[in-house]
Design a protein around this ligand. Structure first.
Ligand code: F6R
Length: 260
């Protein structure tokens, strides 16, 4: 894993966006994996800026979201279909037909999970998966004890996740109890992973994921087994890392040809 520690959340967003711009220049029909929540918003804002100034052309790009709530309509402003449209598809002018979100409203959720896996496979797999991390170490909505082999499926959200996400809803009891999420096996199939985290609330989860044992109690720790995983964090989210100075030195002395 490559750990990049940056002074602020804005710089995390800008550098992550630069990495994505580089990927799309090399592969104009790249398949991106999209996360929702607060963590990637600075990336999407930076990407939208690149589209505006002409330095990024997403005409050929397709995208798959990580997850969707079960039990709220697509029109609900906090459904991930709505969030992805508002934060990514519209500002980046992505072709809406090329952006998919798991169907959390399907009558048969198991079949919907399988269809989603098929769609990712048919698109050639995800080139770069953007990830946030939950305070409990989840990625996607793979809560602690999720199988490392899991595929897109229904999951029950933990109370911790529901209370962390209550800020997006009018009342805490409006937060759905279930979701349809890509599995850890699905996420690990992406050719490259880019996890971003900001703020002190993520420090313990980031430390456990990066330096702790690989355990399903911290689902993000599975990233230690990925060949190309980058973790970009701000100083607050890096506070629990014991090898912080080593990561800073390594990044500062990265050869030019390896820069993002
Ligand atoms: C969202 C997702 C989640 C979030 C995580 C962090 O699609 O998959 O894993 O990335 O819950 O959420 P924020 O960024 O809101 O702190």
């Amino acid at each position: 894993m490559e750990i990049v520690i940056l002074p602020s959340a804005t710089e995390v967003g800008a550098l992550a966006a630069r990495k994505i711009v580089r990927l799309v220049r090399e592969k104009p029909d790249a398949v991106l994996g999209l996360a929702t929540g607060s963590s990637p918003l600075a990336i999407y804002a930076a990407l939208a800026e690149h589209v505006r100034d002409g330095s990024l052309d997403v005409t050929g790009v397709s995208a798959f979201a990580l997850d969707e709530y079960v039990g709220i309509p697509a029109e609900h402003p906090e459904s991930y279909a709505a969030v992805i449209h508002r934060e990514v598809t519209a500002p980046l002018h992505l072709d809406p037909d090329r952006v998919q979100v798991p169907d959390g409203r399907a009558p048969d959720l198991e079949a919907a999970g399988e269809r989603y896996e098929d769609a990712i496979r048919a698109a050639g797999g995800v080139d770069l998966q953007i990830l946030g991390i939950g305070a409990n170490g989840h990625v996607g909505f793979n809560e602690p004890t999720s199988s490392f082999a899991s595929r897109t499926r229904i999951k029950t959200l933990t109370e911790r996740t529901r209370s962390d996400n209550a800020r997006f809803f009018d009342r805490p009891d409006e937060v759905p109890t279930h979701c349809l999420t890509q599995g850890l096996g699905t996420i690990m199939d992406a050719r490259e992973l880019l996890l971003v985290a900001q703020g002190s609330g993520k420090a313990a989860a980031v430390a456990a994921a990066v330096e702790g044992p690989v355990t399903s109690m911290c689902p993000a720790s599975i990233l230690q087994h990925h060949r190309r995983a980058t973790i970009m964090v701000d100083e607050d989210a890096a506070a629990g890392l014991t090898l912080g100075d080593y990561y800073r030195w390594t990044y500062a002395n990265k050869p030019a040809w390896q820069q993002f």
